[in-house]
Design a protein around this ligand. Structure first.
Ligand code: TXA
Ligand code: MG
Length: 323
C-alpha cells in the first residue's frame, strides 16, 4: 500500500521519517514528481531502480534544501556559485565533482566521480528536504520508459504499491524536468535541456556548449549507456566458475575458493544489496587489486531477473572490449 500524504507539517514530518527509514517517498517538485530515497542509503537507492523497473543504472540527481547543503557534497566553482545565486531554488541541476567526504552512495551517481545536485523550488519539496535534513536522490517518479508524472495520481498509476508514500503537493507548474548542466570540466556543457533555458543560463555565465548529440531530449553523455560511467581500470571477466591466481573476485553468494582479494556483493544473494554495493565493489577491487599486483576482476554469475538485469547491464559494459 502506498499512502497519500498531504502537505501539512505533521504529514511532511511523516514523509521525512519514511525517507530516514530507507523507504521510497514520491514528492512533487516544480518540474515533475520525483521518486525519492535517502541518497546515503545504497539499498534505498537500489530500490529506486527496482521500483522504476530500470534495466540499467543511470546516475540520479540529489536534491537539497539549500545551496549550502548541496555544495557541501560537491566541489563548487565560481560559475556554480553564480548559477546557484541566480537559479536556485529552481529547475537547474549542476553536475560537479564529488567532494572527498561526500556521503552519497556510489550507486546514486552510478559510480561516477561527479554528482548532480539541485535545489527544487516547490515549497513542499523544500519543507520535506529540510525536515529530512539530508540528500534525497530522486529520478522522475514513473516506471522506466513511461512519461514523467506531474500529479500524485500519475505517480500512483505507475508506482502504486511499490512505494511507501506520495506527498501530494498538487500539479507541477513547470512540467518538464530540470536543465542538467555539466560544470565539472573546463567549460559548461548542457546535458539535458529543461526548465531553465540555455539562453537564460548564458545571460549569467556566457556561452554554454552542447557537447554531445541529443537522443530523445537527452545528451548522449548523460544517460546510462555511456562511457562517462565508471569503468574499472582492471579488465573484467564475467560468469566466472573458477578464479585464477592473478584475479580479484567479485563474489555473489559463497565465494569461489582461491582468490587473494574478494569483494562480497551479497552473501545471501540479495539483489538489492548487491546493486547497492556494485560500484563501491568495482572501485575497491580496482584500487586494492592493482596494489596487490592482480591483473583482472573475475565476476561470479548474477541472475538476470529484477535488479539483476541492471547489475548485469553494468557488468557487461565494464567487461566489454576497450576502445
Ligand atoms: O526535474 C528533475 O530534474 C526531476 C525532479 C524529480 O527533480 N528529476 C529527474 O531526475 O529528472 P532523473 O534521474 O530522471 O534525471 C537525471 C538526469 C539524467 O539525464 C542523468 O543522466 C543526469 O541527470 N545525471 C545525473 N547525474 C549525472 C552525472 N553525475 N553526470 C552526468 N549526468 C548526470
Ligand atoms: Mg526521468
Amino acid at each position: 500500500m502506498s499512502v497519500i500524504l498531504h502537505p501539512t507539517a505533521p504529514e511532511i514530518a511523516r514523509a521525512a521519517a519514511l525517507l530516514a527509514a530507507g523507504e521510497l517517498v514520491a514528492f512533487g517538485t516544480e518540474t515533475v514528481y520525483g521518486l525519492g530515497a535517502d541518497a546515503r542509503n545504497g539499498e534505498a537507492v537500489a530500490n529506486i531502480y527496482a521500483a522504476k523497473g530500470r534495466p540499467s543504472f543511470n546516475p540520479l540527481i540529489c536534491h537539497y534544501a539549500s545551496a549550502r547543503a548541496a555544495f557541501a557534497h560537491v566541489v563548487p566553482n565560481a560559475m556554480a556559485e553564480k548559477l546557484a545565486a541566480a537559479f536556485w531554488p529552481g529547475p537547474l541541476t549542476m553536475v560537479l565533482p564529488r567532494a572527498a567526504a561526500c556521503p552519497v552512495a556510489r550507486l546514486a551517481a552510478a559510480g561516477l566521480e561527479t554528482l548532480a545536485v539541485r535545489v527544487p523550488a516547490h515549497p513542499v519539496a523544500l519543507q520535506l528536504l529540510a525536515a529530512f535534513g539530508g540528500p534525497v536522490a530522486a529520478p522522475s517518479a514513473n516506471r522506466s520508459g513511461r512519461i514523467s508524472p506531474t500529479t500524485a495520481a500519475h505517480v500512483l498509476a505507475g508506482l502504486g504499491g511499490k512505494i511507501a508514500a506520495v506527498v501530494d503537493s498538487g500539479p507541477c507548474a513547470v512540467g518538464v524536468e530540470s536543465t542538467v548542466l555539466d560544470l565539472s570540466g573546463p567549460a559548461p556543457v548542457l546535458l539535458r535541456p529543461g526548465g531553465v533555458s540555455v539562453e537564460t543560463l548564458e545571460v549569467v555565465i556566457g556561452p554554454v556548449g552542447t557537447g554531445a548529440p541529443m537522443i530523445q531530449g537527452q545528451a548522449m553523455a548523460s544517460p546510462g549507456m555511456l562511457a562517462s560511467h565508471y569503468a574499472p581500470g582492471l579488465p573484467v571477466r564475467l560468469n566466472a566458475g573458477t578464479v585464477a591466481a592473478d584475479e580479484a573476485l567479485l563474489a555473489f553468494g559463497p565465494p569461489l575458493p582461491g582468490a587473494k582479494l574478494v569483494f562480497q556483493l551479497s552473501a545471501m544473494k540479495n539483489l538489492t544489496e548487491a546493486a547497492a554495493r556494485l560500484f563501491e565493489a568495482l572501485h575497491e577491487l580496482d584500487a586494492s587489486g592493482a596494489a596487490l599486483g592482480l591483473t583482472r576482476i573475475a565476476v561470479m554469475p548474477v541472475p538476470n531477473t529484477g535488479l539483476g538485469r541492471a547489475i548485469n547491464d553494468r557488468l557487461s559494459r565494464a567487461a566489454a572490449p576497450r576502445g
